[in-house]
Design a protein around this ligand. Sequence first.
Ligand SMILES: Nc1ncnc2c1ncn2[C@@H]1O[C@H](COP(=O)(O)OP(=O)(O)OP(=O)(O)O)[C@@H](O)[C@H]1O
Length: 249
Amino acid sequence: MSDPALSIEGLGVSFGALQALESIDMSVEPGERRVLLGTNGAGKTTLFNVIAGDLSPTRGKVALFGRDLGSIPAFRRARVGLARTYQSSAVFESQSVRDNLYLAALGARGRQWGPLPVDDLSEPMQQAAVDAARVGLANLVDRCVATLSHGQRRQLEIGMALAQRPRLLLLDEPAAGLSPGERPLLIELVLALPRDITLVMIEHDMDVALLVADRVSVMKNGRVVANGSPADVRVDPAVRAIYLGGEHA
Ligand SMILES: Nc1ncnc2c1ncn2[C@@H]1O[C@H](COP(=O)(O)OP(=O)(O)OP(=O)(O)O)[C@@H](O)[C@H]1O
């Protein structure tokens, strides 16, 4: 049997007296679409921060395709197949779409932004154009990021994560803040991602979550309180209490 794409065992994070995560266990299969649902402060972003290496856990471990990530710093995790997006925009405002994609691809290979031999430049530049097309920005490759709409930025952020050629992609509320007109395009883009990329996505919107997910993990107060298929989760009493009982912020 192959290793899970993501394996989390006994993961805990404390901030002083606050237990942000309490003994999380989770296993995500290769190719799976897993959505994390939960109230504000449930611990979803903290979990992403630990997986990405932005935060060290107080206890427990995380493995990517069987490889323990504990000793791998955040900046090297792209090289073992991990990419993430953030809730808030993480793009270079004054650069073009193409340059942002190019920088993301170089960063994942451990290269620095700077003069490179022409031979080295051409392949990542071509790749940047391909990545722009994958996220619906083919016509905007030369546009300065500062002029993009909010939705186009979100597309670019996913493009930058894809440029790192991840095996596991963590998407932190990719549709957050989008207008009703912008959301369908972004959801379509997420649905179209190839299955050789395993996806773990934080999403507040239950309808979006259930549309994208193969399985859903519902978090509350640093714990996973429900786990299952979208159909199971929709009728789970704990989830209904959170989403229909007015607890959802
Ligand atoms: N750096 C930190 N220092 C202290 N407490 C923190 C820190 N980061 C997060 N927390 C706390 O940990 C808990 C979990 O926060 P987290 O941001 O992971 O929740 P979340 O589920 O992502 O919520 P949201 O949907 O609002 O982003 C919260 O109580 C939060 O206040």
